[in-house]
Write a protein that binds this ligand. Sequence first.
Ligand code: 2P0
Length: 336
Amino acid sequence: MTVTATAHPNIALVKYWGKRDEAQHLPVTSSLSLTLDIFPTTTTVTVPGDLAFDVVTLGGEPAPDAVAGKVTAFLDLVRERAGDRRRALVETVNSGPMGAGLASSAAGFAALAVASASAYGLKLDRRGLSRLARRGSGSAARSIFGGFAVWRRGEGLGTAGDLSSHAEPVSAPALDPALVVAVVDTREKAVSSREAMRRTVETSPFYRPWAESSERDFHDMLAAIDGGDLAAVGEIAERNALGMHATMLGARPPVRYFAPGSMRVLDRVTRLRADGVAAYATMDAGPNVKVLCARGDGATVAEALHGLADVMAVHVAAPGPGAMRTGVPAHTRPVS
Ligand code: 2P0
């Protein structure tokens, strides 16, 4: 059985930062994101029946041990549910530049969830796929859906938590956004998001206040999206992201993802706003900055960021589709 699936990265406008259960990836707070139309990940899962162990490739090369280990742990969940112990060949191609800070693990585990569930014969609806993708990487739960999506924290732990913590789509007919990605550093981050998140929850005195304010941001964000108010969406997104980074700066030892180039982009976004362009910044577990604006302002914002020192590349994205099965296997796709 061979199944191929494609998924796109998502960027959170209200962040997921902190777990209440590490094993099941149950978040402390609900989050909200935009799935993009750039840099899809394509994954082909083949279950041939005669493999002694899982074989995992990334861009046509054997995957690093850390990646292969996460993939096998994820497939073990799928195999347990399917009652099928056969090992798999997993071939993944990321079409985007590596290290662009574009949530490749979200797209990767969303594609793997769709392809592996189908290859092992699990019949899951979108909600079930979102819950499954969550087990690979929390943010992957949101890439199952296109456009805006919420990931509800759910209630409780164990089975109750697992059943209630999944993403769902949010309709936003009155918004026509772009997300402009400014790449300022492509080196691998010194502290993984998983470790940074754990350290923040355990040691930062700013974590609890942020988590409480983030729940308010989540509700305000839903209202802003419902009202088609891009300025409100952007303001909430920017304050929520900066607040998340403040929690990390308060961790012991601190985690700082800001680089000089990040600051230059944040300053430029402030000046764009002063010049009348509604542009709002967000940052994730890395130094690259993503700027939310109206689709019609995407080229203006991209041009403003292009010229800055330390900005290596600028990509303009629009809302993209949810994870889906496709007919073109990963190994036939070009590797960039
Ligand atoms: C987010 N991030 O909401 C936040 C904002 C990074 C900063 O989700 O441990 O790779 O696999 O559940 O999903 C990155 O964390 O973490 C992330 P795990 P994940 O997009």
